[in-house]
Write a protein that binds this ligand. Sequence first.
Ligand code: C5P
Length: 247
Amino acid sequence: MSCSRKLYVIFPAAGSGSRMHSDKNKLLMEVDGIAVIDRTLSAFKKFADEKDIDLYCVLVVSPGKIAEWEEYLDGKDYSSIICAITEGGDTRTKSVGNGVAVLEDYSPDDNDAVFIHDAARCLIDTDSISRCFDAICNDDICVCVSGVKTKNTIKMVKADTDESPLVESTPDRNLLYEVQTPQCFKYGVLTECYFEASAEGYEATDDTALAEHYGYDVRIVEGSYANIKITTPEDIAIAEALLKNMH
Ligand code: C5P
């Protein structure tokens, strides 16, 4: 195992949240009485406390919103784990890139573990975090992502522009995983991927796709079906139902 007992986590939270159709920031919406962001950050603090890990978290928020977030987070039980709040960009890749740039101030070692975790995945559990941490500490793994086998059959279509898209193929379901976050890197590989992506203007909807693009092996680590991303209004109700099952 080549990691120290340090974990750096970048939380991209600079999305517009437009699919929630609400004036309120979706991260401040409550799931069973507790705000989404509070649940997410508390889960990581619990993991760090249980495993005696030094946690350094960077929250990436919408431009112009840093002061608002500082005020919101002030005095929270978990506020000690947040080392920086920075502004995001107009894409997820740019937002995470800004978070990666901030990490430099904390001088991580190349082998230190860095996770990227969607702030909106508030049902993340400590076992899933722990499996990812153990995997990325393995000498042979530089990049991994939490994922679950897909339960549905997935169709690839020729183009998504048509009203009734034409199916191109049906990939073998046994080889398909839905990936989630945490997306996990050794720091040295993460900085290389984001440096190259920024120079090339390469964008992806998930962070480990950058590693694939630059030729790194990416492993999938067993996640949890409950680790949903709060995106649309029904996700709040789904999360509340899942929580009842988790207690
Ligand atoms: O758009 P998507 O749902 O994939 O976003 C996943 C995460 O990335 C969310 O937590 C969102 O706030 C964040 N994001 C960001 N900056 C953007 C777009 C998305 O930090 N420009």
